[in-house]
Design a protein around this ligand. Sequence first.
Ligand code: ADP
Ligand code: MG
Length: 720
Amino acid sequence: MTDLSLPIEKLKSVGPRNTPRLAKLGINTVRDLLWHFPARYEDYSRVVSISEIEPGQKVNIQGEVLKMSNRMIFPKRMSITNALVGDETGAVKVVWFNQPFIANSLKEGTLVSLAGKANLDKHGLYLSSPTYEKITTDEYSFTPPAGGLTHTGGLIPVYPETEGVTSKYLRFLIKPLLKDMEAPDPLPDEIIKKHNFLSLSEAINKIHYPADNREAETAKERLAFDDLLLFQLKALLERRKLNQLKSVRVKFDKDLIQDFISRLPFELTRDQKVAAWEILKDLEKTYPMNRLMEGDVGSGKTVVALIGAVQVAKNGNQSVFMAPTEVLANQHFRTISELLGNNFLNIGLLTGSEARFNSQKVEKINLKNKIARGEVDIIIGTHAVIQKDINFKNLAFVVLDEQHRFGVAQRAALVKPSSRAQAEGNKEIVPHLLSMTATPIPRTLSLTIYGDLDISIIKEKPKNRQKIITKTISPLQRKAAYKFIRNEVNSGRQVFVICPRIELADPTKEVRGKNGQSKMNVLWAEAKAVQEEYKKLSEEVFPDLKVAMLHGKMKPKEKTEIMNNFKDKKYGILVSTSVVEVGVDIQNATIMMVENSERFGLAQLHQFRGRVGRGEYQSYCLLFSSTPDKNINQRLKALVDCDDGFELAEKDMTIRGPGEFFGVKQSGLPDLAMASLANVELIKRARLEARLLLKDDSDLSNHRLLKEKLDSFQRLTHFE
Ligand code: ADP
Ligand code: MG
């Protein structure tokens, strides 16, 4: 039996030169090697007879070496190896370049299996640099799949490679290990039987050398299931930890809420009512809410969260609304003041640049004191401010707007226990948490990486919303589009212009960059793009119109001022980076113009589009693209036809893969499980089995292997 923990340098076939190379691929032990799964397979499953070979095809043939010779071409310092290989049906020429050793290895009379492309030139048909493998008489057969072959028969694994480590070398290492490998299976027998899964050892064998695509799929499914199960276990355990914490129980007063709703200036949609109900129900629990409310921009999430906050206030507790930017915090403050009307609640605004108490501007310290004394019911602010130095008297409810996700650990750090709770000696009291996002999350993602959250979805749009007309604009249509924009502005409407997203040369840096360096570069680069677009539009294209710009290098105060001026119609056109992506509500804006829209994902473009169409006027989304690439423009067309954010998110995921979605890369989900994120059914099965496992064995003490895997998995994802 192979020792899986054996370091690879102990393998005979791995020399000191290759050890560091393999390490680059994350391969340090035999186990790593066996878990280095193929990225894809070359299909040589059909062994053809030589007479069947057609030019242009990838073929797998088996035959006898009839002739073999080497030749040097001196001016080019190149060697050419020519062979003739024949079977019962005929013979074909074979050519290799710069591999003279082949002539020694495949002497005349040797039986070989060859896999490669057939070409045709003026001398006739030949195989060009095929992969080769000597075979024995037993293996010499025309009955596919050609079992037992490492490099040429059946489905041949193609691995993720790195310099000096080819697939061929990896096959050479992995194949012999598979034969007597026996991996202890962490999955309980019942589960394996119930789902008809392969055993772990079988799955590992077959993922490397499947007989056909179906077998490869079965193996992948089993292995992905393992990871998905761990993920679900992790989510459930996290959930359970949370449920052991305490939070303020806020009683749901139906009459009060009905009264509040009846005095709103509009009728709530059904989805809003359902979401509000779910939130109110969560607030009644003695453990903290951990809910995510998803809904397109403009779907009216704020008022739903506000309903929760009103109930909390009537219970004598405080709520906080946190927005990612000052612009948004201001907007929330305005919206909430309006919606509250004469409900006699006290609200406060606290951002880096100002503090307000109800309609008055106040000193920050003044507001903070009021908050500490419990005189402010709802506090609205930016993340940074709230996290630092506010003491709440009795905070019970936190609303995070446009914040995709906070983990349990951050959540604990996010809000200190309230002073009342501390006074009562109960440090475990944490506020209920509601996160809101306008980024629709594909269903499979919410079942896996967001598995520990409860989710409320607002799909339905308020009745007064009109359909936005979306058009893709090719370079040829640019002039006409500008003319259209001018007409709109001249008739009093306003326009958002979003500048292209800046792609970093090394995008991984952006994610990892601890020093913030690369992020800064992006901000600068984006600011530059905005300045250039601003110059172009204000000087060349629309010198007659009022144009303003907004970017990440401006001070928050400047940004707020420009936003406010735009809201007051002092400008017709606002050029910006994707910062307007989140939240702003400008009813008079009717055109969303996106430059180089092909650089954005569908879900994000959909969010931009949501910035317009909020008032009474017909609105438009103009997607400028500068590429003639038909596929890309086809992708943009999806936006023309569809205005359902969830559907677009699903499409986005199939087109760009789940890795592009927020949180997925950070989630630590292994590649195989990631690829299986399209498989709702498998995810559901993993979820169910995780529940059943924990029900009977709440700390997994009867499933030692599974527990070990879970622990190491948690260690891994913890340091992401
Ligand atoms: P988002 O979900 O993008 O945060 P908001 O909460 O900012 O959306 O709501 C957008 C606008 O729609 C606000 O002005 C809000 O008052 C209004 N609104 C919310 N719900 C409704 C409704 N049911 N009918 C009409 N207008 C609504
Ligand atoms: Mg919002």
